[in-house]
Design a protein around this ligand. Structure first.
Ligand code: NAP
Ligand code: BLA
Length: 329
């Protein structure tokens, strides 16, 4: 896109230097509408290397980054524990915010951040690339073929051996598994709507180091307002030996099934293979839509309220697991 001389280039600061941050930086650097100025991270050597790769300036902390007067947009790609505090502080400093899900681990804090952003007329965009990904797009396209949906099952199991001593195996830094891996809930609320009740079982295999775990397993049953029942099974770590990703949606006229990236529609005697686009390029798409919004006011593909709703369901699952009770959402 060509910028008119009056249109100002969006000045960006990034928090984080990991996988998502790198994808964001590549996408922003390739787009003439944006310029990355500053980056804050965790390990000094990694921050230095990231800044060298993208020719940007290093700042000492996210607190310093969000208060830089020249920045228009803060992109938050760091550990889940810090998401809410950084997002809130960025908006208080009158910045637009893009954040990789979840917006916060605490749904009340997430709601307050959305309200604050609205009051200050700032963008708060919570990335949900699963919605623009091939599986979800194909699912939405073929849903009308299967009639009324009454049951859904979504299982993602990720083996990890030897166990990881990283932030995503730390109870506070990662958060409750279904809040951290929020796309598992969001894919279902996106197609089935509001949830009435949640029942959840969850378990950790603790690591010797305090607050770290070697594996976790979370199993939630959702009852939707429309009557549909869904089960989410999520597991990762060193007790799993077989990686597995399966999403199956049952309607009274047919079933849609994704085994890994392989989709099928089953109706009567017939099984049709469904096309699924690859998972590549999703951060580029998301970033480009953010810039379309900021420069031309084009609507984004997901509203922060939808992310908040998924978070409320995930947090209800956490409360159900803690209390061993069925929880109303
Ligand atoms: P990652 O590659 O592990 O990067 C994590 C970042 O957090 C790194 O900059 C890391 O710095 C920093 N960090 C680690 N421990 C920290 C600590 N104790 N204090 C402060 N910073 C710390 O993870 P990622 O995949 O980019 O995930 C980042 C965020 O994006 C997460 O919220 C995740 O849920 C979200 N997300 C990612 C994807 C994806 O496809 N990867 C998709 C959707 C959402 P060091 O390396 O220096 O420790
Ligand atoms: C989501 N991927 C995520 C998340 C993390 C990672 C932390 C958010 C939490 C979650 O939903 O589980 C991290 N994903 C990884 C890592 C690998 C990985 C470390 O695949 C290592 C290979 N993400 C990638 C790569 C792709 C990718 C290489 O790192 C694909 C080419 C896609 N990750 C991807 C997508 C999501 C995601 C599409 C959204 C979740 C979903 O689709 O349900």
């Amino acid at each position: 896109m060509n910028l008119s001389p009056l249109q100002k280039i969006i000045k960006v600061g990034i928090v984080g230097t990991g996988y998502a941050a790198k994808k964001r930086a590549e996408a922003l650097q390739a787009d003439p509408r944006a310029e990355i100025l500053q980056v804050a991270g965790n390990t000094p050597e990694k921050v230095a290397k990231f800044c060298q790769t993208f020719s940007v300036t290093e700042v000492n902390s996210w607190q310093e980054l969000v208060s830089q007067p020249e920045l228009d947009l803060i992109v938050i790609c760091t550990i889940n524990r810090d998401h809410g505090a950084i997002a809130r502080s960025a908006i208080e400093n009158n910045k637009h915010v893009v954040i990789e899900y979840p917006l916060s681990l605490d749904p009340q804090e997430a709601a307050a951040i959305i309200t604050l952003a609205q009051a200050k007329n700032k963008l708060i965009h919570v990335e949900h690339i699963e919605l623009i990904g091939g599986i979800h797009q194909t699912l939405r396209q073929y849903l009308p073929e299967i009639g009324n949906i009454f049951y859904a099952r979504y299982t993602t199991i990720a083996p990890k051996y030897p166990p990881a001593r990283r932030w995503n195996y730390h109870k506070q830094m990662w958060g409750f598994p279904l809040s951290a891996a929020l796309s598992r809930v969001h894919r279902l609320t996106d197609i089935l709507g509001n949830v009435a009740t949640v029942s959840c079982q969850s378990r950790y295999w603790d690591a010797p180091e305090a607050e770290y775990f070697n594996a976790c397993l979370c199993n939630a049953q959702l009852r939707f307002v429309n009557g549909a029942i869904a089960e989410i099974s999520y597991g990762k770590g060193d007790v799993f030996w077989h990686g597995y990703r399966h999403l199956e949606i049952y309607g009274d006229q047919g079933t849609i099934s994704f085994m890994g990236e392989k989709g099928s529609l089953i109706k009567g005697e017939e099984t049709i293979t469904l096309p699924v686009k690859s998972r590549r390029g999703l951060f580029v798409q998301d970033t480009s839509m953010v810039l379309d919004y900021l420069t031309e006011g084009q609507p984004l593909y997901v509203k922060p309220q939808a992310s908040l709703y998924a978070l409320q369901v995930a947090d209800a699952a956490r409360r159900s697991a803690d209390s061993n009770q069925v929880v109303q959402v």
